[in-house]
Structures are given as structure tokens and as C-alpha cells.
Ligand binder design. Structure first.
Ligand SMILES: Cc1ncc(COP(=O)(O)O)c(C=O)c1O
Length: 323
């Protein structure tokens, strides 16, 4: 391994939120049903809250906030956001007061919003349904906090920054060593892509490892083109942060599985989540994981993929109970 990116990864401040390694498990019954060998990387078992990919995302972001002497964090999303809840939960654990901005109007607490309240989040609402409405509010709230003598660290929606992506650089290292351990020559990794940080982190990690393993994101929130551009930008930023000159491969993002829109469960996703629950005993969330699995199933049906492949289970359990 090139020691420079390894030492950057090891030396940048990070909070140890992840219970790693998460299992890499053969999805035997699902593989039989699909006729394609599928392995589950169980990042729904990352160990805080009800698990999920964002537990990896926060590690370096909160480490940075603490190292810079901040005493609170400001971030946001929709009230059922896994990101918002998990960042609030882990911030509180790390001694940073979490401030969450939700778009829309106040809702009765349920699911992730309820868990965010239990986690100690100070919550405000933008009053506008458009999710971009919260971006200016993050800075406004940060200014108010500064005026009241606090030191806030603003983190963009989804934690999608090069620093946030480092969590999945570590995830890629963990996964590739498990693939070697199990003797699996994986053909691809499949996952749901939203704010794009998870896919960008994985791609960056595989790039520094010189591992030729395609990462296939399924667009769940933006168009495939916009998602691919964001993944590329984030991956370039992540590699720059690691001081690595290699270029990440062109991101692959599959479209056609969002259904009616971001956050709205789709029929194909519902069917896919039921299949996975009934074959593997794993619940996929309706917003991200179920739609990514619907894409994988469709590609298997059309004989467009071959195994063994890895499906990243990204968590989101609280929304299974609220949608
Ligand atoms: C359960 C779940 N899966 C997948 C994703 C997509 O990850 P990213 O936003 O890093 O693209 C998210 C994002 O919030 C998520 O909550």
C-alpha cells in the first residue's frame, strides 16, 4: 500500500463510532431465487442507533469538528432522514450538541424524527417542502449560534463531503480484505445512491487499493447523470484529500428505479424488500435499499449481471416502520 494515503487516513482525527468489521454474508436463498450469487455487506449493523451507512460517514466529520474545537454541529434533511438522526445521535455521544434543520412544517414525532429527539437534537423547521430550502438556513442557524457564543460546525446534507467520504474509504478496505478472506472474486458492488458520498467513498477506496471492482449506484434521489457527476466530484475531492494522484473510474449510476420520486416507496421496491425479508431475514428501507435491490433483481432477471456480487445493505430501519 502507498504509505502516504494510509497515513493520511490513519492520522486524520476520527471518532470511533463504527463497530467494524460488519459481516460479509452469503445471501444463499436470495441467490437461489435470482440465479445470481449475492453477498450482503451488512452495514445495517454498524452499531449505533439501528445501524446504517451514515455511521461510517460521520466518523471523520465529527473527528474534524472536535479537533477544530467546535462545541455543536448544524446539519439537516427531511424528518425521516437517517443521516440527520444518526449524525445527531453520534454527535451527542461525542459531546457535540446537535442542531437539526428539517425541511417542511413541524410533524408529530415518529421514526427517525422521534429518535433524533431522543438523541438530544435541537430541531427547527424551514416551513418549505423543497429540500434545498434548508441549505441557507444551516448557515443562518450557525450565525445565530456564533452570536450566542457557540462554535458550530456546519455539515452539508447527507455528510456528502470528501471528509465524510473517508468513512467509506475505510469501508472499501474492510470489504476488500473480507473478499480475499472468503476467496470471492466479486464482479461488482451494488448500493443505493442518494447524496452520493457512500458511492464516492467506496470508489475512492477501491482506487487507492488499485482494486478493479465496479461500484454500481442506483439513483434514489437525483437523476443518474446528476448523481454520477456528484459522485465523480466527491471522489476527486476525496482522492485529493488523501494526497493521491490517481483518477477514480467514471461512476456508474443506474436510473429508472426512483418510482414516483425521492422518499416515495415504489411497487418494485416493496416487492424487492419483501423478497429479501422472506429469503434472508433482512429488512431493506423503502427509500434507498429497497429501490437499489429492485434494480439488482431487474438486472438479474434480464441476465445483465453475473455473480458473485456484493449488495451493500445501508440500513434505514427506522423508515421501514414509518412508510
Ligand atoms: C439507508 C440509506 N441508504 C443509502 C443512502 C444513500 O447514501 P448516500 O447519501 O451516501 O448516497 C442513504 C442516505 O441517506 C441512506 O439513509
Amino acid at each position: 500500500m502507498n504509505s502516504s494515503w494510509v497515513s493520511t487516513l490513519d492520522n486524520l482525527p476520527r471518532v470511533g463510532t463504527v463497530l467494524a468489521p460488519t459481516p460479509l454474508d452469503p445471501a444463499v436463498n436470495l441467490s437461489d431465487a435470482l440465479g445470481v450469487e449475492v453477498w450482503f455487506k451488512r452495514d445495517d449493523l454498524t452499531g449505533r442507533g439501528f445501524g446504517g451507512n451514515k455511521v461510517r460517514t460521520v466518523e471523520y466529520l465529527l473527528g474534524h469538528a472536535l479537533a477544530e474545537g467546535h462545541d455543536c454541529v448544524v446539519t439537516g434533511a427531511g424528518p425521516q432522514s437517517n443521516w440527520a438522526m444518526l449524525s445527531a445521535l453520534t454527535a451527542t455521544m461525542a459531546g457535540l450538541e446537535p442542531h437539526l434543520i428539517y425541511y417542511g412544517d413541524p410533524q408529530p414525532a415518529a421514526g427517525n424524527q422521534l429518535l433524533a429527539e431522543i438523541s438530544g437534537a435541537c430541531i427547527r423547521w424551514t416551513g418549505e417542502v423543497d429540500r434545498t430550502s434548508l441549505d441557507p438556513v444551516l448557515n443562518k442557524v450557525a450565525r445565530e449560534l456564533i452570536d450566542s457564543g457557540r462554535s458550530p460546525c456546519v455539515i452539508p446534507r447527507g455528510g456528502a463531503t470528501p471528509l465524510g467520504c473517508l468513512g467509506y474509504v475505510r469501508g472499501a478496505i474492510e470489504l476488500t480484505s473480507q473478499l480475499v478472506e472468503h476467496g470471492i472474486e466479486a464482479t461488482s458492488i451494488w448500493l443505493a445512491t442518494g447524496s452520493c458520498g457512500t458511492q464516492a467513498g467506496l470508489i475512492s477506496g477501491l482506487t487507492v487499493l488499485d482494486a478493479d471492482l465496479p461500484v454500481i449506484g442506483v439513483a434514489t434521489s437525483r437523476t443518474p447523470t446528476e448523481s454520477a457527476e456528484r459522485v465523480a466530484t466527491l471522489a476527486a475531492g476525496t482522492l485529493a484529500l488523501l494526497g493521491d494522484r490517481r483518477n477514480a473510474p467514471e461512476p456508474i449510476v443506474v436510473g429508472g428505479f426512483i418510482g414516483e420520486g425521492y422518499g416515495i416507496p415504489s411497487d418494485a421496491g416493496r416487492w424487492a424488500a419483501e423478497l429479501v425479508a422472506r429469503t434472508e431475514g433482512v429488512f431493506l428501507d423503502p427509500v434507498f435499499g429497497a429501490k437499489a435491490m429492485a434494480a439488482l433483481i431487474e438486472y438479474a432477471r434480464r441476465d445483465l449481471i453475473k455473480g458473485p456480487l456484493v449488495y451493500l445493505v445501508t440500513g434505514g430501519a427506522p423508515t421501514v416502520l414509518t412508510k
